[in-house]
Design a protein around this ligand. Structure first.
Ligand SMILES: Cc1cc2nc3c(=O)[nH]c(=O)nc-3n(C[C@H](O)[C@H](O)[C@H](O)COP(=O)(O)O)c2cc1C
Length: 220
């Protein structure tokens, strides 16, 4: 239109509006499939934060909350992350990649933070004792495995939270963990639940193909 200034036209790089999607857990589970090509627009940062916050509500043994997230949106870092994932193109295609890892050593160093405030000073002291008793005799690798088993729960929550808010993802373990630690400056002891490219789908995924309940279940 004549006289229309650029300032009224939407910038092509502007982040899309806050998502109004709120799929139920059932809907999110049934509609989640791995997506490897994404619409080329940045993530809405409020949605990203909400999805991370929802994932953080995952349960964990003794409320340890061993999971940690590293969110990569900078194109140059994403490019290097893709190289660490053997060139898998879904990393470059997605506007953001959430690296989900566990840091059991940080968990142990700051264990009082995970005691419920309602339990008071005594609860915080007991939380430390509980973890010292459970993990004091284990080496870093052994307790790191335990930490990872907790972080995997948050990884699952993250995928469903994303789908509920109208986003798509693909969980990934096909990468070189040491290369990712080096790239992001993460300590040697951290363990990865996986990489999670996230964005809006630009293609349909394969329909879900799963064992039947009978195939994977014994009833007693
Ligand atoms: C722990 C884990 C690791 C995976 N690693 C990769 C990967 O590195 N690259 C990839 O393209 N897909 C990867 N996938 C996706 C699976 O291939 C996919 O989830 C599975 O085939 C089921 O398909 P759906 O997610 O579309 O239901 C991974 C999935 C999981 C759960």
């Amino acid at each position: 239109m004549a006289g229309m200034t650029n300032s009224t036209a939407p910038a092509t790089t502007a982040a899309p509006a806050h998502s109004t999607s709120n799929l139920s857990v059932t809907e999110a589970i049934r509609s989640r499939v791995s997506i490897r090509k994404y619409v080329q627009e940045p993530m809405n940062q409020d949605d990203l934060r909400e999805i991370l916050e929802l994932a953080s509500r995952a349960p964990s043994a003794w409320n340890a909350q061993t999971w940690r997230f590293a969110v990569v949106q900078t194109p140059e870092i994403k490019e290097k992350l893709q190289a660490a994932a053997y060139g898998q193109g879904q990393i470059g295609s997605a506007p953001a990649v959430i690296v989900v890892y566990s840091d059991m050593e940080d968990t142990l160093d700051t264990v009082e933070e995970t005691a419920h405030p309602g339990m008071g000073d005594e609860g915080r002291a007991n939380q430390r004792k509980t973890f010292e008793n459970a993990f004091g005799g284990q080496d870093v690798a052994q307790r790191g495995q335990w930490g990872l088993s907790q972080a995997n729960i948050a990884f699952g929550f993250l995928m469903l939270a994303a789908r509920s808010k109208g986003y798509d993802t693909v969980p990934m373990l096909g990468f070189n963990p040491q290369a990712v630690r080096d790239l992001l400056g993460l300590p040697e002891h951290v363990q990865f639940a996986g990489l999670l490219p996230i964005g809006k789908r630009a293609e349909e995924g394969f329909p879900q193909h799963r064992h039947t309940v009978e195939r994977v279940t014994k009833f007693y």
